[in-house]
Write a protein that binds this ligand. Structure first.
Ligand code: UDP
Length: 300
């Protein structure tokens, strides 16, 4: 019965308007707020249509368990979770296959953007909580996570920005809703890019496009990603230009000067698994000896 009702829906009317009144190339309303979780190293809250997402970043920190550490680069642990109340049918709180898959693809997308080689043997934990869901939550989560990473000061090639493109009622459209995702001919394609290089870091396809449809959909999706990147940039600028933020940076600088310096990442951990504390001391001594020898040479 429900299926029959869906088939009767007109996904795009004669004026080119969709069920929620948007045009084919319009995004849902988006709001991004940065620095919403004071305990985290970086965080963001994002509303994308009905979707509501919180992202919090912790790290770079020591990678535990230690055998999972990579001596050449840092790890990105992405945890995508949906709240039990985020969808009409109560979501089982236990992470399922879908959450594992989304966490994996989002982690891989962020790995392409972060200069992970600067953080060997460390882990960056990225937590994404979906509080309310209406299609496109992986992209909303990834977009919020990228902003949270920038807020945490993690060096990146660019802030990853994403968007979905799809088909409903025979029409190619940007940013599909749940209703459109449930259309009989639905196709849903999440895309994420690094806007500065246009490198695609996430691309999935639920449904099938013809070649002609794909040629129309891809530029539309990329355009959508670039619009999202502008919103991310504006949100970050807003955060870093506030009086409170500038004051907090100044307060941190003063307190750091007053206290003995404590490295955020243990340098021994960062140097590699083969390097014990003793080995690191020996290296320091050797370096000092080499420097002294060089100085002597220069003096002569
Ligand atoms: N959804 C749901 N229950 C679930 C998982 C998903 O109702 O357990 C809904 C939710 O609105 C979600 C949509 O189905 O946004 C589409 O899910 P999909 O797996 O395509 O991922 P998304 O589009 O959210 O990235």
């Amino acid at each position: 019965m429900a299926k029959k009702k869906e088939e009767e829906l007109t996904y795009v009317d004669k004026k080119g308007k969709r069920l929620d009144g948007r045009g084919l190339t319009d995004l849902r309303p988006i709001k991004i707020e940065v620095g919403v979780v004071p305990r985290a190293d970086g965080s963001a809250y994002l509303e994308w249509g009905q979707n509501k997402v919180v992202a919090a970043v912790y790290g770079p920190k020591e990678c535990l368990p230690k055998h999972t550490a990579d001596p050449l680069k840092g790890r990105v642990n992405f945890y995508y979770r949906m709240a039990t109340f985020s969808v009409p049918d109560r979501k089982n709180p236990k992470p399922g296959r879908r959450e594992t898959e989304i966490s994996k693809v989002c982690s891989e997308a962020l790995q392409k953007a972060i200069f992970l080689e600067q953080f060997p043997n460390t882990a960056i934990d990225v937590h994404v909580e979906i509080l309310d869901a209406n299609a496109g939550t992986r992209i909303a989560g990834l977009t919020a996570a990228a902003v949270a990473l920038a807020d945490a000061g993690i060096p990146m090639r660019g802030v990853v920005a994403g968007c979905t493109v799809g088909r409903a009622g025979g029409q190619i459209m940007l940013d599909v809703t749940k209703e459109e995702e449930d259309a009989p001919d639905a196709v849903d394609i999440p895309i994420a890019i690094i806007p500065s290089t246009e490198e695609i870091v996430l691309l999935q396809m639920d449904g099938l496009f013809t070649k002609a449809e794909w040629e129309k959909a891809l530029p539309l999706g990329l355009e959508g990603c670039k619009k999202i990147a502008k919103l991310q940039e504006a949100a970050l600028k807003k955060r870093f230009e506030t009086k409170e933020f500038l004051e907090s940076v100044e307060a941190e600088r003063v307190s750091e000067q007053a206290l003995p310096q404590k490295p955020r990442v243990n340098p021994v951990v960062a140097a590699g698994p083969m390097l014990s504390a003793d080995a690191s001391e020996t290296l320091d001594e050797e370096n000092q000896e080499m420097e002294e020898a060089l100085e002597e040479e220069v003096e002569q």
